[in-house]
Structure formats: C-alpha cells, structure tokens
Design a protein around this ligand. Structure first.
Ligand code: TRP
Length: 351
C-alpha cells in the first residue's frame, strides 16, 4: 500500500511537470558555444521538468553522411552530454532511430504538410543552395520529422536557438491542423530558454559565433587536449590596449571577458576588468598576455574533467549502449501512448 502510494506519487509528479524536449544533431564535436548555449540549460532543466533529449540521427541522413562516422558521432554526442552533467536517470536520453513511433507519426503529419510551405522554409532554401545535387524529399520534410519528434511526447517547451523558430512555428501549425481535423490531440509547443542567461560566445578571433565548421583554431571543443586549449586561447585576437579609461570593449576583447566570466573566479574577472578600465594611451595597465594565460589555465580546468569523463564513457561502450537503451525504453513508453491516441483519431484502429 505504502509502496503503491510512493509509485503513484512519483508518477503524478512526473506527469505534472511540463514536458521539455530537444534534439541534438550528431554533426562534429561539441564546443564551448554548445555547452553554454544549450547543454548547461538542459542540465538545469532536468530537475524542473520532465525532459526528453535525443540525438537526431534520422535528420542527419538528409545529407547522406558516412555510415561509420555517423554512428561514432551519435555515441560521442551522448557521452559528451552526460559528461556535461545530463543525468540519464533523470531524463530520457535516447537516439531517434530507437523510437520507431516517431516515424509513424511523421507519416501522418506528412499528409498535413504542404509542398508550398515546406519549400518556403529558410533552412530548406539554404540547403538547396548549398547542395543542389541532393535535394531529396527527406530534406523537404525535415520540419515534419522535427514536429513528430516534439509532438510524439506532447512536449510544450523546446529549448532551441533562434535559428529553430521557424521549425517550431511549423510544428505548431501541423499540430493545430491535426487537432482541427481529428480532434484535440496535441498541445502546442513553443521555444523555451532561460532567456536572460543565453550567453553569446564568439570565435576566438571575435568573428561570428563559435562554430563547428569555421576555423578550428578559433573554436574550443570539449574534446580538446590541455595543450591545444592553451594554444588556442593564447592565439586569441587582442590589440594594443584601450586608449581611454573605461573604454567600450571591442567584440573580441569583450568575448575574452565573457569567457573569463564563465570559467574564472569573480576576483580574477574583477582584476582584469579594473586593469582594463584604468588603462589609457601611454598607460596600459591591462596585459592581455597575462589575461590570456590566466584564461587558458581556467579553461583547461573547466574542459579537462568534461573531456576525460566523455572519453571514459566512450571507452565503455557497453555502458553507453545500456544508457541509450534505457532512454529509448522511457521514450517509447511515452511515444506509444501518444501514438495509440493518434491511430484512433486518424481511424487506423479497427477494434
Ligand atoms: N533541427 C534541430 C537542429 O538543427 C535538431 C532537431 C531535430 C530538434 N529535431 C528536433 C530540435 C526537435 C528540437 C526539437 O539543431
């Protein structure tokens, strides 16, 4: 009796929590921008919400990646997310292709998605420009699959960046169309972030966002070795120093301070802030060389444990597989419940 009570209590709290879902594309290595832009927030959400995080390997097929590389990337992304603090006991961490229910929902949603609207999406148009030789139907219906990812768990909060707003708007449209035609089935999902805290991390040359594909020397990856981290930070762009006290910081200098704010102690940041503000032409107090040396050491302290934990996990494939299977079990429980309702609504059940 008491035990049942506890189980029911657990189920109720899990049900009362709002559902959060996000997908991670398994392309390349994760970097500091991913950590502070996404993963850190996921880790915070895992205590507050009922969370589903998954690796979007079906989405990757739209660009025909190498099979072996794709498999390695999927496991690495899982390992790196856990190393950053995602707890597979608290969230459902799974691989998209382990949940076939998503594919069936994708099929139904495809009947409600129109060629015209799909062709108009920015991501599709970008891809057509970038890979005109491979404009496949999967690419066209990418937003439909994304909608299925979200709606299969009836998620309402989707932690994503600005570039995903359009895909989310389409997910809402498909959900509304479904509800209108077949009866109220899906809640409408919205982008969600701890807004005030979304930090923008630029490359170490101060040019644009830190990214996977641009110059590798200006991006700090979570898998970088200590020496490489030091080398990259020491090469970061600086200048001769401020010409007047309390100057406005150029982007590339502000970025170094931002990074320091994330990985160094408050005292350290304050010292260099003061040095900067007290500097002027002919009286340059701030030494960017020293600042970068300090930042490099603090960055090593920050990345090193994540890198090691991710590497340990990647060397323990049995454990990794166990984790994603457990994640898939949780995800399929939720997904099959939704799909049962959907099949009935669409008239696919004859019983
Ligand atoms: N399209 C997302 C991206 O490019 C990845 C993604 C796939 C996703 N399915 C999702 C994000 C569902 C949020 C919800 O990063």
């Amino acid at each position: 009796m008491a035990k049942n009570g506890i189980v029911i209590h657990y189920l109720r709290t899990a049900m009362e929590k709002e559902i959060v879902l996000s997908g991670i594309r398994p392309t390349g290595f994760l970097h500091l921008g991913n950590y502070f832009g996404a993963m850190r927030n996921y880790v915070r959400m895992q205590d507050e919400f009922n969370c589903y995080f998954f690796v979007a390997n079906w989405h990757s097929l739209t660009t025909h990646p190498d099979t072996k590389t794709l498999q390695e990337s999927v496991l690495r992304v899982v390992a790196e997310n856990i190393a950053c603090g995602l707890d597979p006991e608290k969230v459902s961490l799974y691989v998209q292709s382990d949940v076939p229910e998503i594919a069936e929902l994708y099929l139904y949603l495809n009947m409600l998605a129109y060629k015209g609207e799909l062709e108009k999406t920015t991501t599709f148009k970008d891809k057509v420009r970038m890979q005109p030789e491979n404009v496949n139907a999967g690419l066209l219906t990418y937003p439909v699959l994304q909608a299925a990812d979200i709606l299969i768990h009836r998620a309402v909060k989707v932690p994503v960046g600005k570039d995903q707003e359009q895909n989310l708007e389409m997910a809402r449209n498909f959900a509304e169309r479904f509800n209108h035609r077949y009866g109220e089935t899906f809640p409408l999902p919205y982008a969600f972030n701890y807004n005030s805290e979304l930090v923008k991390i630029m490359g170490l040359d101060g040019n644009g966002k830190m990214s996977k594909s641009e110059n590798q020397m200006t991006t700090l990856f979570l898998a970088d070795e200590d020496e490489l981290i030091r080398k990259k930070v020491m090469k970061a762009k600086t200048d001769q120093g401020p010409l007047t006290p309390n100057s406005v910081k150029p982007d590339y200098i502000q970025n170094l301070f931002t990074l320091m704010g994330l990985v160094s102690s408050a005292d350290t940041v304050k010292k260099f802030e003061d040095d900067f503000n007290n500097s002027s032409d002919g009286n340059c107090i701030i030494r960017y060389g020293d600042m970068k040396k300090q930042l490099a050491e603090d960055m090593v302290q920050f990345i090193n444990p994540i890198r090691n934990k991710a590497a340990d996990l990647q060397n323990n494939k049995d454990l990794l597989l166990k984790i994603i299977h457990q994640g898939a079990d949780k995800a399929r429980t939720s997904a099959s419940a939704t799909l049962t309702t959907v099949r009935k609504a669409v008239g696919m059940e004859y019983l």
